[in-house]
Design a protein around this ligand. Sequence first.
Ligand SMILES: NC(=O)c1ccc[n+]([C@@H]2O[C@H](COP(=O)([O-])OP(=O)(O)OC[C@H]3O[C@@H](n4cnc5c(N)ncnc54)[C@H](OP(=O)(O)O)[C@@H]3O)[C@@H](O)[C@H]2O)c1
Length: 299
Amino acid sequence: MRYQYHPLGFEGSRIAQGFWRLQEWNMTSADTLSFIEDCLDLGVTTFDHADIYGGYQCESLFGEALKQKPALRDKMEIVTKCGILLPSESRPDIQVHRYDYRAEHILASVDQSLANLQCEYIDTLLLHRPSPLMDADEIAQAFDLLFTLGKVKHFGVSNFTTRQFDLLQSRLDAPLIINQVELSPLALQHFEDGTLDHAQQHAVTPMAWSPFAGGDLFSGVSDKAKRVQAVLAEIAQEKNCTVDQAVIAWLLRHPAGICPVMGSGKIARLATAVEAMSIQLSDDDWFRVWIASQGQPVP
Ligand SMILES: NC(=O)c1ccc[n+]([C@@H]2O[C@H](COP(=O)([O-])OP(=O)(O)OC[C@H]3O[C@@H](n4cnc5c(N)ncnc54)[C@H](OP(=O)(O)O)[C@@H]3O)[C@@H](O)[C@H]2O)c1
């Protein structure tokens, strides 16, 4: 394979904007374009997609907006994903919600994503979720062809264990540069299962999906959510910041270099998150959140 080696992992913005919920935002194409421009103005240049978002509609909504100002394409990094088959109105051919990592599917999915996004290349393609049936050699062949054809510049994965990551990596000449996993004060699993240690060891960028636990950090009613909300509110008051800024600062404090993928379509929320890059949490504050989430002191 003839990839350019990227020893420092993913070269995108530290905070990314996700478009999973784009359809729910009920934006016109002009609104979406304006949102994209506002993101870029804030320095948020990395945009996270997947083929299946919005029942296979979100990439197209983004592409329709981008078509109005194609010059914006080279000012951003587009991440998109493939591999989940989701029965939906727009895909009546899909009968079973499952995964597909045959080379034929990966190649067809990328072609469809490029058509939807109305652009010539994808910056980073992620395999969306691991499949028991994935064949690393076949995936490597598909990646090689996509790179050679100039359709995809870099590759990564999402929701992969470190073992699954290493298996795929063992068949590739170039490094996988992203593992996108769920990380938030309410989702500590990947802080403890080796994912973030592995990311640091191999200079893989851990992207955090649902950094606000899908909104549960504000409105969740479980005992755990309430404990974490209370501590975050205290820290926000002490630091003279907002709760969302305390969450972003908490994620950024981790040495693995977590890149949060924001999920709101409200640009003010993104601006608030960007401001949080200058907030330093003490280790005491970091562990107060950790302990509240665990519901018990550290051993
Ligand atoms: N790889 C994967 O498997 C995977 C899975 C899920 C998501 N993702 C990616 O991660 C991105 C983010 O996920 P997400 O949307 O779940 O992120 P999130 O930021 O955890 O949740 C977004 C939700 O939180 C609410 N929210 C945000 N700020 C708030 C505030 N200050 N007060 C009250 N509510 C607030 C939003 O409401 P408003 O709309 O009102 O702002 C929205 O409903 C997605 O767009 C997608 O790109 C990837």
